[in-house]
Design a protein. Structure first.
Length: 314
């Protein structure tokens, strides 16, 4: 039964280091131990407000929902990003971890699920409490290893994201993405992580501003294996970031999460394009959104999505 839409309440959650994370929560008036609470992990430098219509959609269909911004972004941005040095480790180990703890405390006993867009799928693996996650839906989730970019667009992407972006970041002290119309303004530590050129995520931290020992990097990689819940990973053929290779590179880290990988060619659904960012646009409410809805409800795929399932990884 579809519920009446409500306006979300503003949310402030303190991370373990005291940083105030802000966002929104869609909460039903009565508690229900069987009702999942969904945490939405945004893409890099995409504001949580972009996901509010999708969050409202899930709420109308019976979920409690939390959408938030990582430190340095949107609702969680400080007055100035100059000198502000948050990175992906902070977003996962501190910010997503804080949201997991908030969900466990505010919705006691309810299953915790995650909708993860792009780097949001990486951050699940970094949180100490990620064993609380009972089910995951990810869209184009990967950690931006450049050799996995869509082959025909790779040269242009390398210039844009691995030359221009870090150069402007060094000049400004942060990436002024909003002025360029590319992304939200982005902390310099996130830019360093994004532009690292390592096929293994943990090797991002071999050198530079954030250096982890061999043992720490190994522990970082092993933490992904603590996620027990099943994952539905969606990729689309015109996503220049979330290619099949990129999505599978990340999925291999979640070795204890049973995985279903659905790959969609937009034309096969009568669509002109989807790309990396458009999936959460409300124009897909009556089509693509039915895939995560059914998955999060039951762990099953709607019939129209089953023919797009890829063979399991070797």
């Amino acid at each position: 039964m579809v519920q009446q839409e409500i306006q979300p309440a503003p949310l402030t959650v303190q991370a373990a280091d005291g940083y105030a994370l802000r966002g929104f929560v869609w909460q039903h008036r009565t508690a229900d131990a069987l009702r999942p609470v969904v945490i939405i992990n945004p893409a890099t430098s995409v504001r949580c407000r972009y996901y509010t219509r999708f969050a409202g959609f899930l709420h109308r269909h019976g979920f409690d929902v939390v959408a938030y911004d990582y430190r340095g972004i949107g609702e969680s941005r400080p007055r100035s990003l100059k000198g502000f040095d948050a990175d992906w480790l902070d977003w996962g180990r501190l910010d997503f971890e804080a949201m997991l703890r908030y969900a466990a405390t505010t919705f006691p006993g309810q299953p915790i699920q995650v909708v993860a867009h792009s780097v949001g799928g990486v951050l699940i693996g970094l949180a100490a409490s990620n064993a609380l996650v009972s089910r995951v839906f990810s869209m184009g989730a990967q950690f931006a290893y450049w050799r996995d970019y869509a082959r025909q667009r790779r040269p242009r992407m390398l210039v844009k994201w691995h030359v221009v972006m870090p150069a402007l970041t060094r000049l400004c002290g942060y990436f002024p993405g909003k002025r360029l119309g590319w992304l939200e303004d982005t902390p310099r530590g996130v830019v360093r992580d994004w532009t690292a050129r390592h096929p293994r995520f943990e090797d991002t931290y071999r050198r530079g501003a954030r250096v982890l020992s061999d043992a720490e990097r190994q522990d970082l990689a092993e933490r992904f294996a603590a996620v027990p819940g099943p994952t539905l990973a969606l990729s689309v053929a015109d996503d220049e970031f979330g290619t099949i290779a990129a999505v599978r590179r990340l999925l291999r880290y979640y070795r204890n999460s049973p995985t279903t990988h659905v790959h969609i060619v937009p034309a096969s659904l009568g669509l002109k394009e989807i790309g990396h960012f458009a999936f959460f646009h409300s124009r897909f409410e009556h089509s693509l959104w039915r895939i995560p809805l059914e998955w999060l409800r039951s762990g099953r795929l709607p019939a129209e999505a089953q023919r797009h399932v890829l063979a399991p990884m070797a």
